[in-house]
Design a protein around this ligand. Structure first.
Ligand code: CA2
Length: 149
């Protein structure tokens, strides 16, 4: 059976991962995270298509495109998590299972980070476990899509 294509999206400032604020986000770079996703995916019956943008409209366009080309979306929307109705609407419009990831424990930080506009339309959220959250999200997506083998 062909691998299910999963869009792994990272939003604003996540290109800075491993370069600043290691006490919050760790020392692993986004390049490392994306390489780990691409490497881990095949054993889970998935292929990982990893993209990052600092621009809301670009992330929205990718969600729209995914409707036709992918079977699931894993997203760390960065700061847009807490603010963007438009990105949430685009994720809904994709009509694909969404797994939300946060590297830090957003509930243990400032109150403005405690709520996610994406969480209600996601199958589930992984937060506070560092960058291994992306691997856990791939495992969850594999189960959701029935692709674990
Ligand atoms: O914990 C997460 O994964 C966040 O989505 C990260 C966002 C933050 O706005 C969310 O509340 C929680 C920020 C991403 C910024 O990433 C940086 C990484 C290194 C240095 C500076 C920023």
């Amino acid at each position: 059976m062909a691998a299910s294509r999963v869009l792994v999206l990272n939003g604003p400032n996540l290109n800075m991962l491993g370069k600043r604020e290691p006490s919050i986000y760790g020392a692993t770079t986004l390049t490392d995270v994306e390489a780990m996703c691409v490497e881990a995916a095949p054993a889970l019956g998935l292929s990982a298509d990893c993209r990052q943008s600092n621009h809301e409209g670009v992330l929205i366009d990718w969600c729209h495109e995914a409707r036709e080309s992918h079977q699931g979306i894993i997203i760390n929307a960065g700061g847009f998590t807490h603010t963007s109705v438009a990105l949430r609407d685009a994720l809904s419009a994709a009509e694909l299972p969404v797994v939300e990831v946060h590297i830090s424990n957003i509930h243990a930080r400032e109150s403005f980070r405690h709520s996610s506009l994406i969480a209600p339309i996601a199958v589930g959220m992984i937060c506070g476990l560092g960058t291994i959250g992306y691997r856990l999200a791939l495992e969850a997506m594999s189960e959701i899509l029935g692709g674990d083998r």
